[in-house]
Design a protein around this ligand. Structure first.
Ligand code: TMP
Length: 253
């Protein structure tokens, strides 16, 4: 069988050339990384869970009118997506102080924020994805003012949708990271939600117990990451039938 052309390999996903022009196949790996890939492990079943969960959120967002790159899931680990030009920003929305914000501002983790806060990091692993002000984004041309306005309003819609869906299954959406891409209609760029939405890129806390159900379980050695993601998938009714028995994660560094 002919090997597919690999376009790009990231920390948790691989992009392959798609079957038609303008498409890619997005493959979800089992690799988990944290602290800019200083900590690494293979978590059996993570890719399958994230493929399903990202499909679930992208379809739901599409149904409420948020445009996304998602076309359809192909199999357990792969989805067909539209080829986009990635905007080089990590768009972070926060509802509750945690992670780098809590650290930077000396806030207690879990402090509710007065309103959802959108912030931006430059996508650059070598620089450690530094936080950047909107002024930089416009001045350096990473996005136009119109694009930035659209990104903020879409990010807040994603937050409302995701917060509601999660609240419905007893999970608090603390914060999350999303990425956007440009689709070209003739010479006009149109922004769509790209990359993935999964517990790898969100903070999710059980409403009753505060149990962490996201990648912080791996970052902070709080237990079995796949168990946490499986719990999220089960509550949302997104449970692939053959990811019930898994060996323990193997450290690869
Ligand atoms: P932070 O508190 O570490 O800045 O993370 C904010 C949110 O963004 C959290 O849900 C984790 C997510 N995130 C990523 O998905 N990728 C990243 O590289 C970083 C730094 C954060």
């Amino acid at each position: 069988m002919a090997r597919r052309k690999m376009i790009y390999e990231g920390k948790a996903k691989i992009l392959y050339e798609g079957p038609e022009p303008g498409t890619y196949v997005q493959y979800f790996k089992d690799d988990a990384t944290a602290y800019n890939a200083e900590k690494k492990a293979v978590i059996e079943g993570k890719g399958v869970l994230n493929n399903r969960l990202s499909e679930f959120f992208m379809i739901g967002l599409g149904q409420i009118g948020v445009p996304t790159h998602f076309i359809r899931r192909l199999n357990m680990r792969e989805q067909l997506i539209r080829q986009v030009e990635i905007v080089p920003l990590e768009v972070i929305v926060r509802n509750v102080a945690a992670g780098s914000m809590a650290k930077r501002l000396g806030m207690d983790e879990g402090t509710a924020l007065p309103r959802p806060i959108v912030e931006f990091s430059l996508k650059d692993d070598k620089l450690g994805d530094p936080l950047v002000p909107e002024e930089y984004i416009i001045a350096f041309g990473w996005a136009s003012q119109q694009e930035l306005d659209d990104i903020i309003s879409m990010a807040l819609r994603v937050n409302d949708y995701m917060s509601g869906v999660m609240h419905g299954v007893g999970i608090k959406l603390v914060d999350f990271k999303i990425e956007f891409g440009r689709l070209w209609d003739n010479e006009f760029p149109r922004l769509v939600l790209a990359d993935e939405i999964s517990p790898d890129s969100c903070r999710l806390w059980d409403v009753e117990t505060g149990r962490k159900l996201d990648k912080d379980v791996f970052r902070q050695d709080l237990g079995d990451l796949a168990d946490a993601y499986t719990e999220v998938a089960k509550r949302l009714g997104v449970m692939p039938s053959n990811v019930t028995h898994r060996p323990k994660p193997t450290l690869i560094n």
